[in-house]
Design a protein around this ligand. Sequence first.
Ligand SMILES: Cc1cc2nc3c(=O)[nH]c(=O)nc-3n(C[C@H](O)[C@H](O)[C@H](O)COP(=O)(O)O)c2cc1C
Length: 194
Amino acid sequence: MSDINFEGQRRYSVLGLSGSASKNSYNTHLLKAVGKMLPSNVDFKIFEGLKELPFYTPEIDNDQERPALAQAFRDAIRNADAVIIATPEYNYSVTALIKNAIDWASRPYGAHSLVRKPILPLSASMSILGGVRGQLHLRDILHSTESNVVARPEVFVASAHTKFNEDHELVDQDTINMLKLAIDSLVAHAGLQA
Ligand SMILES: Cc1cc2nc3c(=O)[nH]c(=O)nc-3n(C[C@H](O)[C@H](O)[C@H](O)COP(=O)(O)O)c2cc1C
């Protein structure tokens, strides 16, 4: 959550979630690029370990049996001032990985860490549609969790394999410009001003 440093500047934390478990994921590369573009008063980290979360099962979601990782994930979202999710589209929807993570975060009903959480959804795909169908599903899911989703701009990174260099850095200027607008929108939306 926000803090004030010794120079009197307000600092914020933003959590990144990638919907891909691939080592060479364009969505993870995209998240890292966005993380570097955030204002200097924002600390950014990607939550690692989503693929180690078991499938959400109500019977183990109690203080005795809940996996420590699931609790750590909920706490990380609760402690973040905003969340950025970048996900691929799998079979016209979000990946099971990010859906399962959201399912974990979405309980207990009505009092969970995603309620009113400012969220910027992004998608990257090697297809020419940029994962638009998956991202629209993600936006629907985040409606169910009562999250505070950035409406515009909607960033769909199409033909993702053409937009990063060999060091996995984002080099496509149009995408960079669009992300700058999205970050401005997130900063205003979540009140991340210094
Ligand atoms: C099971 C599976 C289903 C996929 N379905 C879609 C799809 O419906 N639409 C799409 O644009 N890409 C689809 N793809 C391609 C991926 O979204 C694309 O390769 C993307 O780059 C993967 O993201 P990542 O690099 O972050 O892992 C699919 C890939 C897999 C493995």
